[in-house]
Design a protein around this ligand. Sequence first.
Ligand code: DX5
Ligand code: ZN
Length: 228
Amino acid sequence: MKNFLLAPSILSADFACLGEESKKVIDAGCDWIHFDVMDNHYVPNLTMGPMILKSLRNYNINVPIDVHLMTKPVDNLIPQFAKAGASFITFHPESTQHIDRTLNLIKENGCKAGLAFNPSTSLNFLDYIIDKLDLILLMSVNPGFSNQSFLPSTFNKLREVRKLIDLNSLDIFLEVDGGVKLENVSEIAYSGANVFVIGSGIFDYPDHQKIIKNIRQELKYSYFKSIH
Ligand code: DX5
Ligand code: ZN
């Protein structure tokens, strides 16, 4: 069975109890915690820093924490997030002067490295550095806010990146972020994603357990559809 990973975005959780909210989705079978960092400069919103990540680790959140940096610049934050307990650190190519150097910095600090693509960002940024990546994140909304609608142009982009990964036998997660819901998750999986960031599509449902179970069911269905 293909390994589809669920990474709930705690941007949509209740900020007054992030530890408890994270525990709930992990207990319901989610794989990673997606941690959105916004600086009111690269994107018009302001969210969480390394101290909050550290307090989640202190609260015994032990699954991989997938840090999505929507800040400019990024380099000075990387050692801080690594020290706080980040597992993956992903940044946008427009937010650093030297993409290759930033990727090295993430690795030197012991984390896995990801590159994030806005809906209008060209995949050409993958040229020359793809072998350094552990994760490619395709944004399916413009970054900055949760609960926006999934942009259908993402489907072709997903197919393109999936082809690139498979043709070159690369060991890279293909993650999609923005507007992922129960209703579209199977089509997104079918287009090539294997990590699904879901914010409002999980946290807006009081019964987290039930919605997560339904999403898993949809993913199972998309897998069977793809092999028959
Ligand atoms: C948007 C963030 C997303 C966001 C997803 O800039 O990167 O991770 O939280 O939220 P939903 O799933 O509600 O679109
Ligand atoms: Zn994100």
